[in-house]
Structures are given as C-alpha cells and as structure tokens.
Design a protein around this ligand. Sequence first.
Ligand code: UT7
Length: 327
Amino acid sequence: MPLAQIIGTGSYAPAQVITNRDLEKIVNTSDAWITERTGIKERRKAAPGETTSDMAAAAAREALAMAGTRPEELDLIVVGTITADMPMPSCAVLVQAKLGAKRAFAFDVAAACAGSVYALSVADQFIRTGQAKRALVIGADLFTGVLNWKDRNTCVLFGDGAGAMVLAPSEEEGRGILSTHLRTDGTLAEILTIPAGGSREPLTEENLREQRHKVVMNGREVFKCAVRELTSVTREALRVHGFTPAQVDHVIVHQANMRILEAVLQRIEIPIEKCWINLDKYGNTSAASVPIALDEANRAGKLKRGDVVAMMAVGAGMAWGSAMVRW
Ligand code: UT7
C-alpha cells in the first residue's frame, strides 16, 4: 500500500492584529510578562462575521492550488476544530459547500489543539487503504470567540487562523507520512475546558454571565502535560523508525508557548534551529497551529525532498500526537 503524501499546503490568518500592548488596555498584563512567559508578541482576530469555515476554506484554496487539485477531485475533507461555525452541522460540511467539493464526504475531528494531527492521522488511514485518493486536511479555530477577555490566564495566549494540507497516494516508495501516533488521557479532561454549553451544563443566564461558555485552563498542569507528552510521543515516533534525533531535519510543533517548545526540543535532543517558530506572530492558533507552521516552512523553501519532518501537537483532552513524514 502506498504511503499518503502531503502534496499541497496552505494557510490563512485574519488581517486584524492584536498586540500585547493592545491587551494591556484590556486586562492586568504587560508586554514584558507575555513575551517572557510565552514568546507571543501578537495574534490575529477574525473580522466581524468571519467564521471558522471561511478561514478553513481560504487555507484550503491555497493548499489545493499548490497541489494542482480541483475541489471536485476531493474524496474526503477532515477538519480539526473545536470552534465550528455552529454546534450542528460540522465545520467540514460548510467547507465542502464553500469549495464546491461535491464528491467529498466531510466531517470534523475534535481534539482541540491536537486537532490537525488527529485529522491528518484519520485522512492518512483513508489514503493508505485506498478508500480515498485525494483528501483535504484542515486545522482551523476561531479561538478569540471562546476566550474570556477578563481572564488574563487565557486571553493573552490564543489567536485565530487556519491551515490546510492535501493528501494523495505517494508515487515514490518510502516518501510520505511514515506513521502517526495518537494518545489520549481523559482523566486530565478538567485541566482545559469550555465548561458550559454542552449536555453537562446547558447554557443558562447564570453561566453565561459567569462566562462559563468560555475557555478555562489550569495553565501549569497543561504546561507540564505538554512538555511530558510531546516529548514521549516524539520519542515513540523516532523509536518506531529507528531514527536518531540527528536524522530529523525539521520539527513542526504546536505553537503554544516558547518555553514548552524549548523544553521539548531540549529533551528530544533536537536543536531549536530545526523548529519552525511563528508563535510570536500568531500566538496559539489551536488546531491551525501545526498546518500554518508547516505551510510557512514549505513556502519558505525549507522542506527539501527526502527531508524527515516531525510534526507534533497537544491539546485539551488531554490529547496529543505526532506524525513522522518523509517530505
Ligand atoms: O495548546 C494548549 C493550550 N494551553 C497551553 O499551552 C498553556 C500552557 N501553559 C502555559 O503556557 C503557562 O502555564 C502560562 C503562560 C499559561 C502561564 O505561565 P506560568 O509561568 O505557568 O505562570 P503561572 O500560571 O504560574 O502564573 C504566574 C503568575 C501568577 O501570579 P501570582 O499568583 O504569582 O501572583 C499569575 O496570576 O503570573 C500571573 N499571570 C499573569 N500576569 C500577567 C498569569 N497570567 C498573566 C498575564 N499577565 N497574562
């Protein structure tokens, strides 16, 4: 069975920039604190009326153009998101309609910031088994819409965006997605949640007033989990292929916090120079983070044929995963 290959990438970030200085006017924070503790300088915010599926479709059009693929050729669309345009139907069906991808079946994968790696893994299975010949994988989140702008613990961290990848069966042996590794620990569910708005806590006037329909996070616990599990899932991927850290040419890792990136890269013994970093510009864009970074590295000409690319992400769940790719 041929491997699945990433034949096109694309990304989209809304035009409006929110700087750390802008946030100083909203919550009790400072550019110095945010920069020092996270590495983030600015993030993007969707325009009024702009939706997750709008951003996803914009990123997808770029990826399709690079892949030389028409929307009608797509068999499958998987969108990693937890901020779909509405609770029902999925964001993916709206993307399908916007692109005119008539033949594709489409669905969302909810793995928060790990969403794109989970979506990539799902699409990879369909391509490997021959059930799909062309798949569109998107990570998209409009996270500014689920932030409590009075909570400095969370509102300084996130931004909006979308990234996309087009997959096709590889025409070259050994080239493509070598493996994906997904892991979950649901006992950590409570450390990063949107508590209200689901079946456990339906929306009421009271919980809306208390902003319980917005993100609540235990930052320290998420930080510890992210460092521990991004490290373990990358080591697992290296072990499976017998790769040494030196054989990894590029790291495309979820952009959550510069200190998380540094700690993980140090533990897996890969120099930080091999890691594409853009969280200073976008903050944490949740599921969009990995495919935006991949697209930027790709368009910058960094990814050469045959290079080994390690991709990994972690998010609410807690859910995490890695993908090892021979470019
Ligand atoms: O994709 C996964 C999504 N989430 C993440 O990746 C987040 C992972 N966690 C983190 O990145 C870090 O834990 C944070 C950036 C969220 C926080 O950094 P920290 O070094 O763990 O800070 P802390 O939570 O231990 O807080 C230290 C202090 C506290 O004040 P006191 O209690 O020491 O007086 C906080 O209240 O910093 C305070 N603080 C802030 N101060 C200024 C928290 N947020 C802010 C802020 N501005 N925005």
